[in-house]
Design a protein around this ligand. Structure first.
Ligand SMILES: *[C@@H]1O[C@H](CO)[C@@H](O)[C@H](O)[C@H]1NC(C)=O
Ligand SMILES: *[C@@H]1O[C@H](CO)[C@@H](O)[C@H](O)[C@H]1NC(C)=O
Ligand SMILES: *[C@@H]1O[C@H](CO)[C@@H](O)[C@H](O)[C@H]1NC(C)=O
Ligand SMILES: *[C@@H]1O[C@H](CO)[C@@H](O)[C@H](O)[C@H]1NC(C)=O
Ligand SMILES: *[C@@H]1O[C@H](CO)[C@@H](O)[C@H](O)[C@H]1NC(C)=O
Length: 213
């Protein structure tokens, strides 16, 4: 017991010579200690910066809402009746396959919308797109039936020559609006216009060309 008690006060006295020894070679042991203590926060800081950069890149890619792509991917002619160049008219039924391409990392839920089909400057048909949903980084295809007819108006002269040529150009316009949901935490409204030109071959009752932009 007494020996132990004596050992305690002795301990600091044993340290004194050690400290003296260290002070003698003061610069040598302290320098590596300083390097170690300064390297650690630098690594920690670099790590934080790298993590922040990764999070920012991730957020800018994953959380950035993109406009979906909306276009007519194909058209089928269900019915095509047209007059002659002396009595021009047309009455057409088309089935347009609309493709909504969603490049977002989340669902795109779109509302129903009504687009218009133009012959020249005149509306000749409606394009009713029902509401739907395109999954994350996925495509949604919808078939839409449109009745297109023209029996007179300011474009009569043009229709007369178009029937002569055998080619009819119809312009389909629609605006699709919906909400993009990202990581189940963020919702953003996005609107995309569809603008397609359908060229019909009146001699073959078929689609000659389809171009969307
Ligand atoms: C156009 O075609 C539809 C379906 O075949 C028909 O019901 C309608 O009467 C036609 N319209 C005209 C103006 O010819
Ligand atoms: C969407 O559908 C609702 C009901 O089904 C209808 O009342 C509304 O007019 C439609 N909107 C468009 C733009 O077609
Ligand atoms: C007739 O065609 C011409 C030339 O393509 C065009 O500029 C004009 O707007 C057309 N007219 C109508 C009424 O669509
Ligand atoms: C398009 O739809 C509107 C409203 O439903 C209607 O009044 C119009 O006649 C339609 N146009 C054509 C060309 O079918
Ligand atoms: C749309 O209709 C065409 C035939 O007219 C068919 O080949 C296609 O699979 C249909 N697409 C959808 C999404 O139903």
């Amino acid at each position: 017991m007494h020996e132990n008690l004596q050992a305690l006060p002795l301990a600091p006295s044993q340290d004194y010579p050690k400290r003296d020894m260290e002070s003698g070679t003061l610069n040598i042991p302290k320098k590596p200690r300083q390097k170690k203590s300064s390297k650690f926060p630098v690594c920690l800081l670099a790590g934080i910066v790298i993590i922040c950069a990764v999070v920012l890149i991730f957020a800018s890619i994953v959380l950035r809402p993109r406009n979906p792509d909306v276009k007519i991917s194909s058209v089928a002619v269900k019915k095509l009746v047209h007059g002659t160049s002396s009595s021009p008219f047309f009455n057409i039924t088309l089935v347009a396959e609309i493709t909504v391409t969603n490049t977002n990392f989340g669902n795109f839920k779109f509302q129903n919308t009504t687009g218009s089909i133009y012959y020249g400057s005149e509306v000749v048909g409606n394009l009713s797109i029902p509401e739907g949903r395109a999954g994350a980084r996925a495509e949604e295809k919808i078939n839409v039936t449109a009745d297109v007819k023209y029996h007179g108006g300011s474009g009569m002269k043009n229709l007369s020559s178009d029937i002569n040529l055998g080619l009819l150009e119809l312009n389909s316009l629609a605006k699709l609006s919906g909400r993009v949901r990202l990581l189940k935490i963020m919702e953003k409204t996005r609107t995309q216009e569809m603008n397609c030109i359908i060229t019909l071959d009146l001699n073959r009752d078929a689609v000659d060309n389809l171009a969307c932009n």
